[in-house]
Design a protein around this ligand. Sequence first.
Ligand code: GAP
Length: 444
Amino acid sequence: MAKNTEKNELMEKVISLAKRRGFVYQGSEIYGGLAGTWDYGPLGVALKNNVKNLWWKMFVEGREDMYGVDAAILMNGKVWESSGHVAGFSDPLVECVKCKRRFRADHIEGDMCPECGGKLGESRQFNMMFKTQIGAMEDSSATSYLRPETAQGIFVNFKNIIDSFHPKLPFGIGQIGKAFRNEITPRDFIFRVRELEQMEVEYFVHPEEWEKYFEMWREIMWKWIEAIGIDKKNVEEHEIADGDRAHYSKRTIDFEFNYPFGKKELYGLAYRTDFDLKSHMAGSGVSLEYLDEEKKEKFIPHVIEPSLGLDRTILAILLEAYSEDELGEGTRVFLKFKPSVAPVKVAVFPLLKNKPELVKKAREVFEMIKKEIPQTMWDDNGNVGKRYRRQDEIGTPYCVTVDFDTLGEKAELKDTVTLRNRDSGKQERVEIGELTKMLKSAIL
Ligand code: GAP
């Protein structure tokens, strides 16, 4: 994180860069926006997809004990009754008697309105689920909710996975998808939003082994934090006290990131016991027990849940990557992304765009690299110095320039290009034949 940048200034700079360079735009912007919604632009989507792919590899595909699902966002309304969300998924809300603005009671100090100074009323519970009607019927049987967590789509598929794959405990089910929360006060850019994306695992274990697997996932979460380029020094574990945990949890550790607006939850790791499977078993009348064939033991598995918010991850990655230095003329802004998450890995330029022989050769180099590294970009706008600045600002780790030496102006440099490193600004001469292999190993 940039040390010489004041914390609130850092947030402003990241938000402005994110918009200017096409990472994140305000949702419905031309209509004045919609609070708590954000649209990811081309570079934001690429960054998000890189993070999702890495997560999927590390948490699902790269393991033998994991199964992936993509459950429907709309679910039978009874799911949310059984899961306890209808009764208990709420935040305390207070309303100003004078201006009628509403706030989260636990985000406010004292009993005065922070906007107009009026008196705040009594606190009451506000359910954060978005209610909706399914189909043309308007009675209560058609009521459902946009899912507030992806987890329930996993629990209702527990039996399907058992029946199709016959896995042995412990095993897990992973899912990436959208979730919706009618936050009373969405804030801090993409930190607290109303439409979010989660990457969740429900890991089913024998009840006596929950501690062992809680520790296993705790370690994996730290490895993940490193893998996406977040300095471990900027993350701290916070044990959630009895009474403060979600209704389903017997133990929760929050992984808090040092955001400019304070240390706040980035991820959660929870021991959900058998709460969910038991509740769905009672609610649906369908057995969700597991039979251990060898031990002839039948029981409801317990669950360890590493839950990772994607939007909060993207914000942490952007904040962590934002850097300024004095390379070249004036202050340079660059995003020091780990190459594996960078939305553009390589940019290829012809030294001059009005020299057809340079452009032709540069296009050949570009197409050669793009075949192997799809996140490769062509750039021929302005001069090379400006292109470097533009690529630095979006975090492109490597730039390749095709110049007259490439064409053989200096015979000994024929078929070589300039490869420039984002962080050091250093340039080296590399043979075209070696380039793709070299870049591939550098961006892993
Ligand atoms: N299934 C468990 C669960 O949903 P949670 O702590 O409520 O637990 C999990 O949410 C993660 O989802 C959080 O750690 C955070 O990363 C993300 N998250 C939750 N609410 C969010 C919001 N309003 N905006 C952005 N991310 C959010």
